[in-house]
Design a binder for this molecule. Sequence first.
Ligand code: UDP
Ligand code: MG
Length: 329
Amino acid sequence: MRTPVTLSAVVPVYNEIESLPAFHAELVEALHALEVSSEIVYVDDGSSDGSTEELEKLHLGDPDTVRVVVLRRNFGKSAALAAGFDIARGDLLVTLDADGQDVPAEIGTLLATMDREDLDLVGGWRAARIDRRAKRWTSRGYNAATRTFTGLDLHDFNTGFKLLKREVVEEMPLYGEFHRFVPVLAHDLGFRVGEVAVTHRPRQAGTSKYLSLTRFPKTMLDLLTVLFLTRFADRPLYLFGGVGALLSAVGFVILAYLSVLKLATGAGIGQRPLLQFGILSLLVGVQLIGTGFIGDVLRHSASREQVPYRTRRTLAPGQDPTDPLDGDA
Ligand code: UDP
Ligand code: MG
């Protein structure tokens, strides 16, 4: 197998007392079967149902392998994952839900796919999804929208079952509901992203922590943010300036037409709705161009701390510790 590899299973837990014991037993067995050194990192995301004490017990049973982060309150799944990644020691990280919907025994499938297809991130595609109809539909709409707008050809962007290389999580901004966009953001940073079909089971116990009716609009808004961040964050002026220029042009043409009308025929234009529309259009357009400029200036100042590219490796001695050619000379 891989040399020397450590795999960290990172599991966010929010009031999962009923699922935890069975899930833990299954996860331990699955990791054991893999023959790679591994650990489990549970993140208690502000549970109030006794999950915290249960996790403490699991930790005491095997203190070095079962590590637990207890958050002060419920910070949400993205934040919980970020907390887990921060203390995880593995070069590879696999995330699973604690409710038993993901099958721990399939971690091996993710690992094999990563190896075979030389990927940096492998998602578990829930080909036959076991959830309520409303959730399956919203999820389908969301996946189709994400596929169209991002150009990343995956079936399942939302899966909680993912295997990632450490480099990927180190560059991930994980706040709000951004865990849903990890594949999109990783793809944007130049990582190789793929997926493999996995089994999806019904929730083993307890209830879903999300209301699908409120989740869908929120996720769609998040998708807008992600699109903006991946497409226009480098040049905000292209977006704002583009729309602004269009509106200004429309406003200018309208006002020019009305001016000519007034001068040539002496017709009264003061009461015409078109006049108001022209003025509004020109004003908003100019404002938007200004907003774009401000965005560009902010981006320019921030660029001093960031590089505008991401390197896979550098073939030059002494440049890159992961360089396979490095040190051979
Ligand atoms: N979760 C969490 N914090 C939250 C909400 C959920 O850590 O604020 C965890 C939850 O305990 C579970 C996983 O995230 O392990 C997925 O949650 P859930 O199964 O409720 O989502 P669904 O499968 O219904 O989409
Ligand atoms: Mg679930």
